[in-house]
Design a protein around this ligand. Structure first.
Ligand code: SAJ
Length: 435
């Protein structure tokens, strides 16, 4: 029986042993879904505490309930380790590690490279390696394939390689690992075939594409689409500010168009570990072939200008009541990068607070999801958004519009409000300013 036939049989009979490298918000849900589907799964993470917590059945990913995790670990279907040697007994390997930017805002694929270094000594015929980490087109063919193939390990015959972008949206109540359509592109047609068969064992919808580069580009396109459209609407907000037109009303009006329009909303800036990062993987790759991805760079400039604009609006609002920024008591409401989550990564609130602190503002913040934060040498501890706190403030800035905030109380007690999210939609008056 050929390696391909043997691997397909193991997948179809769920006797394949599956490894997931990287047990974060992508890898842990994936590993649990594989185990629930009947596969024997081993998670590998370079953080020993993650492996230990998995074995304890103690989930650290909100989308993975601890009782579900405990069920698959206690049954023996799922185990976790820091030791890559387990891969010698594995048939499939999913790489789900971070792909950040480095200090010069160029792609940092060191986590992928480190994973491949861990895999290489244990690669064997009949193995499939699938990269899921968001990366520039060409990574799988140029980095992964050479690392796992060799004279005795022919691509598409002995070793099977594919790319399948992760699309996890942490906290999304509707879409999860199992029901989000999965795009898959193999390094050869046989690689696509076996990767699609693999995912079809435990995911509801699998969408094959012809190459790994197409699959890599699909993901980057999805997130660049958001970054550029957010940049466009932020620029619209800056124009409307000059033209004294309510941008929020403009978007609400445009949203009545039943086709050909998708609303995006201005905000204090672009946060998160995907949207501010992924487009720069594409522009970096484009530059390597002599192409300047102008939309991506321009959107980045507009989006990263928004924290400056928020500070400028704060100056205007305080000035309007005869107060200076320096020494003003300002309360920031919401610091996570988007509402109803506890993630601070790339949050524009950090940039806004840094700028305000530098200008001598007496700064405090309230966020039900974030207890403390550090900005350079300065540490802040969250305070409760009480009527007293708001009454004593000179200005309250709504940076992240968590649903847990009591907006009626905020309007009743804050003497001056800068709303960067239209959280106070429909409420107007001289004390309410918007971006
Ligand atoms: N933002 C705006 N205006 C908007 C939308 C977002 O300013 O109209 C800001 C947010 O406040 C945040 C940043 O942009 O700071 C990113 O927001 P996001 O809604 O794109 O949320 P993310 O970063 O969690 O993006 C993830 C992505 N999911 C994956 O990469 C798997 C993205 O593809 C999803 O579309 C997005 O979640 C989602 O829709 O929730």
């Amino acid at each position: 029986m050929s390696n391909l036939a043997e691997l397909k049989k193991k997948i179809e009979t769920r006797t394949a042993v599956c490894a997931v490298i990287g047990l974060g918000y992508v890898g842990l849900p994936l590993a649990v879904e594989l185990a629930l589907a009947g596969f024997n799964v081993v998670g590998i993470d370079n953080d020993p505490s993650k492996a230990a917590r998995v074995l304890e059945g103690e989930s650290y990913i909100p989308d993975v309930p601890s009782d579900v995790l405990k069920k698959v670990t206690e049954s023996g279907a799922f185990s976790a380790t820091v030791d890559f040697s387990v891969l010698s007994d594995c048939d499939t390997v999913n790489i789900c590690v971070p792909t950040p930017l480095n200090k010069t805002r160029d792609p940092d694929i060191s986590f992928i490279v480190d994973s491949l270094e861990g895999i290489k000594p244990h690669v064997h015929s009949g193995m499939m390696i699938i990269l899921e980490s968001t990366t520039y087109p060409g990574t799988t063919d140029e980095i992964v394939v050479p690392a796992v193939t060799g004279t005795d390990l022919k691509l598409g015959k002995d070793i099977f390689v594919a790319f399948s972008p992760e699309r996890v949206d942490p906290g999304n109540p509707t879409f999860n690992t199992r029901n989000i359509p999965k795009v898959v592109g193999g390094a050869t047609s046989k690689c696509t075939e076996v990767a699609v068969l693999f995912y079809r064992q435990f995911l509801e919808k699998v969408f094959p594409v012809s190459t790994t580069a197409v699959a890599e580009m699909v993901k980057i396109h999805e997130n660049t689409f958001r970054s550029v459209n957010i940049g466009l609407v932020n620029e619209l907000a800056l124009m409307c500010d000059r033209l004294e037109i309510d941008v929020w009303e403009v978007i609400e009006g445009a949203s009545t168009k039943p086709f050909g329009f998708l609303p995006f909303y201005p905000g204090p800036g672009l946060g998160g570990h995907c949207i501010p990062i992924d487009p720069y993987y594409l522009s970096w790759k484009a530059r390597s072939v002599g192409f300047e991805a102008r939309f991506i760079e321009l959107a980045g400039q507009v989006n990263s200008f928004m924290p400056t604009h928020v500070v400028s609006r704060a100056v205007d609002a305080l000035n309007d009541v005869g107060k200076a920024l320096k020494g003003a008591r300002i309360v920031i409401l919401g610091v996570a990068y988007k509402k109803n989550i506890d993630d601070l990564r790339e949050s524009p609130a950090l940039d806004i607070m840094n700028r305000l602190s530098d200008k001598g503002v007496q700064l405090s913040f309230s966020d039900p999801y974030i207890p403390t934060l550090d900005i350079g040498e300065r540490s802040f501890t969250a305070v409760e958004a009480t009527p007293d706190l708001l009454q004593m403030a000179d200005l309250v800035i709504i940076v992240t519009d968590h649903d847990l905030f009591n907006y009626d109380m905020i309007v009743s007690n804050a003497p001056l409000i800068l709303d960067t999210r239209n959280a106070l939609k429909g409420k107007n008056g001289p004390k309410i300013w918007r971006i």
